[in-house]
Design a protein around this ligand. Structure first.
Ligand SMILES: Nc1ncnc2c1ncn2[C@@H]1O[C@H](COP(=O)(O)OP(=O)(O)O)[C@@H](O)[C@H]1O
Ligand SMILES: [Mg+2]
Length: 325
């Protein structure tokens, strides 16, 4: 449904997109994840025919943005980074107008507007001027506008940036519902949690090119191995505990001590099994443990490792050890 084929785009001498390639199958969500300035909006503009690529091509529902921009637009709904609603119109009027622009008759446009207001929990404010709406309500109205004509493909550029947690959950709900209806969604985001939650496939981009792609699980798996940590009751037991961890995890990895917190940790590829062995052995040696943990790599780890940037909402306790690509 969506294909971006080796697209490059420069602004003056600055290369915003550098051979970008993406694809998304019908009824799936492709998450385009990248830090600020990585080329997300430029990609969206090219897919939506607002900007022409310097080289390469992009296709929506099989139609080329270069050869058949009209057909691309007919199959596409766009919701931009900044909500595009007419503030002078009511919620109903906004959606009705979009329906009319897409060639629906009055009755069909009215019915569709009412249906969407209901789906997006805007029925109560249907006759209120949208200029009075909160950011979250405006964003919902904008999303509703993007799907008035039931496009096959919907492109959402940072749909939850600037929203409060409630607004974010609402938007996630809307996206899930779109996909359940068979719509294909390209969603750009700086939020890993959002990509993790919504996207079937994720492309991580930086400097206008894809630096990693796959499902959230695949990306996490490649981010490095799991890590086991234990916190001991007695500081005096730390060296013995470190030896136990080392023996269990294997000779290739070294334990890391955190004497201040009475902690010792180690990378362990076979996390579960290794953790069981470690706890059994500590118990056998009568070394009391306060806490034990098995930490999976998160998407934050992936992002940090790939881009050298922490993300907008990342927990910045990511391990930096052993992350050289
Ligand atoms: N019209 C433009 N003129 C000059 N530079 C631009 C223009 N549009 C985008 N850029 C630059 O291209 C890069 C990518 O921008 P953009 O696609 O908006 O990134 P993102 O949406 O990921 O934050 C940025 O460095 C931005 O400054
Ligand atoms: Mg952007």
């Amino acid at each position: 449904m969506i294909r971006v084929e080796n697209v490059s785009k420069s602004f003056g001498s600055f290369k915003a997109l550098d051979g970008l390639t993406l694809k998304a199958g019908e009824g799936t969500v492709l998450g385009l994840l990248g830090p600020n300035g990585s080329g997300k909006t430029t990609t969206v503009k090219i897919l939506t025919t607002l900007l022409a690529p310097d080289s390469g091509d992009a296709r929506v529902a099989g139609h080329s943005v270069l050869a058949a921009p009209d057909l691309v637009r007919r199959n596409l709904g766009l919701s931009g980074q900044y909500a595009a609603v007419d503030e002078k119109l009511t919620a109903f009027e906004n959606l009705h107008m979009v329906g009319r622009l897409y060639g629906m008759n009055r009755r069909t446009a009215s019915a569709r507007a009412s249906e969407l207001l209901e789906n997006f929990r805007l029925t109560d404010v249907a006759t209120k001027r949208s200029g009075t709406f909160s950011g979250g309500m405006r964003r919902r109205l904008d999303l509703a506008g993007a799907i008035v004509a039931r496009p096959k493909v919907v492109v959402l550029d940072e749909p939850t940036t600037g929203l409060d947690p409630r607004g974010r959950l609402d938007t996630w709900d809307v996206v899930s519902r779109l996909v359940a209806d068979g719509t294909t969604v390209l969603l750009t985001t700086q939020y890993l949690e959002e990509a993790d939650r919504l996207a079937d496939n994720i492309a991580v981009i930086n400097h206008g090119r894809v630096i990693a792609e796959g499902t959230a699980a695949e990306l996490k798996q490649n981010a490095g191995t799991e890590r086991i940590g234990v916190v001991m009751r007695h500081a005096a037991d730390l060296p013995a505990a470190a030896a136990v961890l080392h023996a269990a995890a294997g000779p290739d990895v070294r334990p890391e001590l955190d004497p201040q917190n009475l902690g010792v940790s180690i990378a362990a590829p076979q996390g579960h099994r290794t953790l069981v062995r470690i706890l059994t052995e500590l118990d056998a040696q009568a070394l009391p443990v306060e806490e034990a943990s098995l930490r999976r790599p998160t998407l934050d780890d992936v992002f940090l490792r790939l881009t050298g940037h922490a993300t907008a909402d990342s927990v910045t306790d990511a391990e930096t050890e052993g992350v050289a690509a």
